[in-house]
Design a protein around this ligand. Structure first.
Ligand code: FVH
Length: 292
């Protein structure tokens, strides 16, 4: 987060909840900060704090060599930037979107003479400007290296690689992780609730399990990368037996069984394909080849 080049001017295009937080963090770090937003009144507070309002997006782009864009979606990005002169600018697009959109935006920016990094914000606006705000970037390494100290004003900046689609892919991979953990926790919370255990009582145990399972990931990842799944601690068919218990308990308690049935169905397909004696991460094939 340390930044000794706070004289570098930056531009922020898009002053929604997130864009205002980004511009505010640059201002706080001491960067001369130019801002533009379609609805001009959203710049008022930032301007009172020292931001320079640009009359048009094109003027905002000319104010500095580094422009952060944070709009609703990629369609809005194209709508705003299409008519602007981009030659010689560096764009860092922190708008959420798909990896395909990010790659297309990188090609489009290159055709227009701009340097382009894509990014994904893994944080909510109040965390911006603190180490808690993880901001992912992908695209040309030299461009990231050139701007990393400036971007550090926004949070913990991470570089993922040259493929501009990587930031978006990591973004959704992180969401997959988050929702899976939360849904598993909700399943357990609903089950225990039928025995009078409230959510707060179960939460510390659930947290412990999540931490233990997280610790398995590096070893399981090695198995996936090697493509070899010896059952070092448990075989998939043993896990499938426990999945059946989870379904039975849920049915008996009249708790939703959709999620456990989905998990068991995947395990059964893998067992039917001959992987019952292997370890859990062999299920990667169910994700990689959903149609078998
Ligand atoms: N807020 C959050 O917690 C999340 C965290 C993770 C990443 N996201 C992504 O950040 C992008 C912006 O999100 P936001 O929360 O700032 O969104 P809004 O407050 O709704 O602001 C949207 C801004 O986009 C402008 N805009 C939309 N369409 C256009 C357009 N066609 N032309 C020009 N500007 C456009 C909008 O302008 P206005 O309505 O104020 O005039 C706002 O500046 C988003 O990708 C999240 O997924 C945030």
């Amino acid at each position: 987060m340390g930044n000794d080049n706070t004289d570098i001017p930056v531009t922020v295009i898009g002053l929604g909840l997130m864009g205002r937080a980004l511009a505010g963090a640059f201002l706080k770090a001491g960067h001369p900060t130019t801002v533009w937003n379609r609805t001009t009144s959203k710049a008022d507070h930032l301007v009172a704090e020292g931001a320079r309002p640009a009359p048009t997006a094109g003027d905002a782009l000319k104010a500095g060599s580094l422009t952060i864009i944070c709009l609703t979606d990629y369609e809005a990005v194209r709508e705003v930037l299409d008519a602007c002169e981009l030659d010689g600018t560096t764009l860092i697009n922190l708008t959420s979107g798909s990896s395909a959109q990010a790659r297309e935006a990188a090609r489009w920016a290159e055709r227009r003479g701009a340097r382009y990094l894509d990014g994904a914000i893994m944080a909510v606006p109040p965390a911006i400007g603190t180490a808690e705000a993880v901001i992912l970037h992908s695209g040309p390494r030299p461009d990231f290296a050139a701007h990393e100290p400036t971007l550090g004003a926004l949070g913990t900046v991470t570089y993922l690689g040259e493929d501009p689609g990587l930031a978006s892919l990591y973004d959704v991979a992180g969401l997959a992780m988050m929702w899976s953990v939360l849904n598993a926790w909700l399943q357990g919370t609903a089950l225990l609730g039928t025995a009078g255990v409230d959510a707060a009582a179960y939460a510390p145990f659930a947290q412990q399990i999540a931490t233990v399972v997280a610790g398995w990931l590096p070893g399981y990842a090695e198995q996936i990368d090697r493509g070899s799944f010896p059952a070092e601690v448990s075989a998939l068919e043993t896990d499938a037996g426990a999945m059946a218990h989870l379904i039975e308990e849920s049915e008996a308690a009249d708790v939703n069984t959709e999620l456990p049935k989905l998990i068991k169905a995947m395990a059964e397909r893998s067992i039917a394909a001959g992987h019952g004696a292997e370890q859990y991460p062999v299920l990667i094939d169910e994700f990689r080849n959903p149609r078998g």
